[in-house]
Design a binder for this molecule. Structure first.
Ligand SMILES: C[S@@+](CC[C@H](N)C(=O)[O-])C[C@H]1O[C@@H](n2cnc3c(N)ncnc32)[C@H](O)[C@@H]1O
Ligand code: SF4
Length: 378
C-alpha cells in the first residue's frame, strides 16, 4: 500500500464457515460438518492475520466473528482463535441457539467476547420448519438465558419477517416473544429469495406475491418496537435506549463502521476487506484458502479498485440507512439535485436548514432503498 494509505484499520471481521446443516434460504459461504478441519482452518485464519497485521491499528474498536455458525466451531479451536485475536472494545460472536450451552457461553465470556448475536429467526414452530431451522423456540430462550447467566449484558436477536405463510398474528407473536426476553438489540430482516437456493426454488413465487404486504409488516415492527423503548437506528436494526439501560448505546459498533464507510479487514474464506479504496474478496473454497496459508502466502483474492465516485455512491446508500444525518460534503456530485427537491417536496427526505446534511423522513425510511436509488445521480 503506497504512503501507508489504509493502515490503522480499527474493524476486523473473521469468517467461521462451519454449520450443522444448510438452511434452505441461506447463500452465505458455509460448509457442513468438517469437524476434523476446524483446527486447520483456525491455523489459516491466524496465518492470514499475521500477514495482514501491519494494516491494523494498535488498538481495535471492533471485532465480529460471523458465519456460518461460529459457535459450532470445535471449542478448543474457537478458544485458541479468540485468545490469539487482538483485543477490541466490542467483540461480537454470531451464535445459533442450539449450539449455546452453559459451557459455550462461559468460554465466550472468559475469552473476551462482549456481545452475542443470536439467530432466532422466528418463535413459531411451523415457520421454523419452513426455514429448515434446527432450533426450537425453547432452544432460543434457553440459549438466551445461558448467555445472561454467563453475564452477557449485550445480546442481539435476529428475526426474519416475510416467511411464506407467516400471518400478521404470527409476526405479532414473534415480537411479543422477542420483547419478553428484553434483548439489548434486535435485527429484523425481510426474508430474501437468494438465487439458486433450495428455498427460492420452493417458495420464490410465494415470496414475490407477498412483496406488497411487506411494507405494512415492517411498519408494524416499528410501531411495536419504538414504544417498547427501542431506537430504530438503522433500516433493519433496533437497540434499547433510555434510563432502564443506564443511557448505554447498544448500537452495533461494528456494523455502524460499515454503514459509515470505514475501512475494515476481513479474514477467512469468502471474507471481504475494504482498505484505502481497494476491496478484495478471499476465495470461497476451503482448500484454496487453507493451502496457500500453510506456506505463509495470502489466499487467491478477487480485487476491485473503488473509484472515488463509487465510494461516494456507497457512502450515500449506506449513510441514509442510519437515523443520523449524512453530511452532503461527503457525497457531493453523486446526488441528483432534481430528485432531492422532488423527494423533499413529497416528504420523503429532509435536508437540514443550512442544507449541509440530509436524512430520510420516517416515510422515506419505510420505502428505504427505492428512495435512495432515486437520489443517486446517473
Ligand atoms: C449468515 S447468518 C449467520 C448466523 C447464524 N448461522 C444463524 O443462522 O442464525 C446471519 C443472519 O443473516 C440473516 N439471513 C440469512 N439468510 C437470509 C435471507 N435469505 N434473507 C434475509 N436474511 C437472511 C439471518 O437472520 C441470520 O441470522
Ligand atoms: S442460516 Fe446460519 S445456520 Fe443456516 S446455513 Fe446459513 S449460516 Fe448456517
Amino acid at each position: 500500500m503506497r504512503n501507508g494509505a489504509g493502515r490503522g484499520i480499527r474493524h476486523l471481521y473473521v469468517h467461521l464457515p462451519f454449520c450443522g446443516h444448510r438452511c434452505g434460504y441461506c447463500d452465505f459461504v458455509t460448509l457442513v460438518g468438517r469437524r476434523d478441519q476446524h483446527g486447520a482452518y483456525v491455523d489459516a485464519l491466524l496465518a492470514e492475520l499475521e500477514l495482514e497485521r501491519g494494516l491494523l491499528a494498535p488498538a481495535l474498536e471492533t471485532i465480529f466473528l460471523g458465519g456460518g455458525t461460529p459457535t459450532l466451531t470445535e471449542p478448543a479451536s474457537l478458544e485458541r482463535l479468540l485468545d490469539r485475536l487482538p483485543g477490541a472494545e466490542e467483540v461480537t460472536v454470531e451464535a445459533n441457539p442450539e449450539t449455546v450451552t452453559p459451557e459455550l457461553a462461559g468460554l465466550l465470556r472468559r475469552s473476551g467476547v462482549s456481545r452475542v448475536s443470536l439467530g432466532a429467526q422466528t418463535f413459531q414452530p411451523d415457520l421454523l420448519r419452513v426455514l429448515e431451522r434446527r432450533a426450537t423456540p425453547d432452544d432460543v430462550r434457553r440459549a438466551f438465558y445461558h448467555l445472561r447467566d454467563a453475564s452477557f449484558d449485550n445480546i442481539s436477536l435476529d428475526l426474519l419477517y416475510g416467511i411464506p405463510g407467516q400471518s400478521t398474528a404470527q409476526l405479532e407473536r414473534d415480537l411479543d416473544q422477542a420483547l419478553a426476553l428484553e434483548p439489548e438489540h434486535l435485527s429484523l430482516y425481510e426474508l430474501e429469495a437468494k438465487p439458486g437456493t433450495r428455498f427460492t426454488y420452493a417458495h420464490g413465487v410465494a415470496l414475490s406475491q407477498q412483496e406488497a404486504l411487506m411494507e405494512g409488516y415492517f411498519e408494524r415492527v416499528v410501531e411495536r418496537l419504538q414504544p417498547a423503548g427501542y431506537r430504530w437506528y438503522e433500516t433493519a436494526n433496533f437497540c434499547r435506549t433510555g434510563e432502564r439501560v443506564g443511557g448505554r448505546d447498544f448500537r452495533s459498533r461494528h456494523n455502524l463502521a460499515y454503514w459509515r464507510g470505514r475501512d475494515y479487514l476481513g479474514l477467512g474464506m469468502g471474507a471481504v476487506s475494504t482498505v484505502g479504496g481497494r476491496r478484495w474478496r478471499n476465495t470461497p473454497r476451503l482448500n484454496g484458502y487453507l493451502q496457500p496459508l500453510r506456506q505463509g502466502v495470502v489466499p487467491p483474492r478477487e480485487l476491485e479498485l473503488l473509484e472515488p465516485r463509487v465510494q461516494r455512491q456507497e457512502r450515500l446508500m449506506l449513510g441514509l440507512r442510519l437515523d443520523e444525518p449524512l453530511s452532503l460534503a461527503e457525497v457531493g456530485d453523486v446526488l441528483d439535485e432534481g430528485a432531492l427537491e422532488r423527494l423533499a417536496g413529497g416528504g420523503l427526505v429532509e435536508p437540514s436548514a443550512g442544507g449541509s446534511t440530509l436524512a430520510l423522513t420516517t416515510r422515506g425510511r419505510f420505502l428505504g432503498g427505492g428512495v435512495t436509488a432515486e437520489l443517486l445521480a446517473t
